[in-house]
Structures are given as C-alpha cells and as structure tokens.
Design a protein around this ligand. Sequence first.
Ligand SMILES: Nc1ncnc2c1ncn2[C@@H]1O[C@H](COP(=O)(O)OP(=O)(O)O)[C@@H](O)[C@H]1O
Ligand SMILES: Cc1ncsc1CCOP(=O)(O)O
Ligand SMILES: [Mg+2]
Length: 253
Amino acid sequence: MTSDTTEIALARTLQPQEVASVLTRVAEIRPRVQCLTNTVAQNLTANMLLAFGAIPSMAIHVDEVAAMAEGAGAILINIGTINAESELAIPKLLEVARDHGKPVVFDPVFVELSPLRRHIAGQVLRLPDILVRGNTTEMAALSVDLEAAKGVTRVTTGKVDRIENESASFSVAHGHPLMTRVTGIGCAAGALIAACCAVEANKAVAAAAALTAYGIAGEIAAERCRGPGSFEVELIDAVAAMDAATLAARMGT
Ligand SMILES: Nc1ncnc2c1ncn2[C@@H]1O[C@H](COP(=O)(O)OP(=O)(O)O)[C@@H](O)[C@H]1O
Ligand SMILES: Cc1ncsc1CCOP(=O)(O)O
Ligand SMILES: [Mg+2]
C-alpha cells in the first residue's frame, strides 16, 4: 500500500453532531476573523462569515493590521491580490499570531504562478501550526515546503476535500461543481475554516466541520439556483440556514 493510499484509507468523515458542535460554538461565540484577503473575494468573504455567525474584519493597512488582529479569534492571510503594502502587513500578522497564539489560515492563491508568491508562502510557512487551505494545484506547488512546515495542517479542496496533519486525517465529499464557477468561493472557505479554528483547538476538526457545512450548503444552493449568479446568493442563504437537522439529513445518519 502506498503512503497516499494509507492516508486516504485512514481519513474519516466527521459525524453530523461533531459538525453541529463546532457550528454551535461559532454561533454562540461569534468569533471575529481578521482577514487580509484579496480585493476580488473581500465582499463575498465578509458576507459568508456573517452568514456563518462570525464577524468579519477586513483591515489591510500595514500600520493597523496588528492592532486589528490582537483581539481577533483567528487570522486569515490570502495572497490573491498581494501588493507592496499587503506584503508588509503579512509579517505583522504573523508576529501577532506568534505572540498571542492566534490560529492562522493561509490561502496561497496562484502560488504556482509567480516567484513573489512562492517567496511569501515560504515566509508564512515558517509559522508553526499554521493551517494552509488551497486547491490541488496550489497545494501541489507547495508540497516540498509543506513537508518541512512544523505542525502544519494541510487542507486541499476540490471534489473531495482532504484535511491532514500529524494527528488526524479527514475527507469531505460534499459540495457542487458550481462552487468552481463563482470567484472567491475557495477564498471564503478559508475564512469559514478560520472561524471554526477560533472555537475548536483541533484544526483538522475545525477545517472538516467548516468544509462539511460549506459543501452541504453548496449542494442546497445548487438545487435552488438558476446559474452561477443566483448560486452565490443561494450559497450565502444556505450557509446562514445551516443547522443540526440539515446536517443530519444531508449526511445520511
Ligand atoms: N468538483 C467539485 N465538486 C464539489 N465541490 C467542489 C468541487 N470543486 C471544488 N469544490 C468545493 O468548492 C470549494 C472551493 O474549492 P476549490 O475550488 O478547490 O478552491 P479555489 O476556489 O481556491 O480553487 C470547496 O468547498 C470545495 O469543496
Ligand atoms: C480571480 C482572482 N485573482 C486574484 S485573487 C482571485 C480570486 C480567487 O478566488 P478563488 O480562489 O476563491 O476562486
Ligand atoms: Mg483559491
């Protein structure tokens, strides 16, 4: 058996009540997620966090991101539209994360396409215990760096999401192909994972819970929409309406 096969064989799916438990804590605690994200996905990310019961803060100024992150429950760093100022803001966020023990989700958007993105990813991955969420292309491009990263949780999204770290391995087989037809849906997934990391110390469980709820919301939205435009609206609505009964019904237990 190859190591890949072993990992897949050992991966488990969360039970509906495990997902519901994480979602309930998000709804009760309403964690704020400080998002340094790309200009394309900012609005959808903020709306998805609100629908999920969390609080978005989208501050980007290099001289205030640290203050904004200090009181946040989690930090999202997304390099989708990295520029000279956001490049300088990233180390400030990493410092807050290190000093205050904040969970960080890193989205290495298009890291395979530019040396600058690769360089920044290398810097970010020096932070111990970081969670990296990317699509299959991005995660493959970072595979060597991810192998070396200390305590990293790797979250590879796609038709089936794979979540793995030193102590756990989960797969999530929910979602809909329409999730690839609206820009920013992957970026928003990273924000929901960050919200769950703010209330659940086990980062693999947090990611699996977020992606299970998100994937099921995607399935519901696909049933209700007329195409990609209305899918985005329906997805926000389905995330907002997600509850334990829907999870149990859709997860088949
Ligand atoms: N073919 C697919 N079928 C079902 N869900 C998918 C599919 N592709 C992606 N998803 C879902 O879409 C979301 C975004 O993932 P992905 O498309 O990999 O990210 P990105 O937008 O960053 O490329 C994830 O929640 C993932 O589970
Ligand atoms: C199109 C685009 N270009 C730079 S960032 C971005 C958004 C990417 O969003 P996602 O990876 O969630 O589709
Ligand atoms: Mg992406």
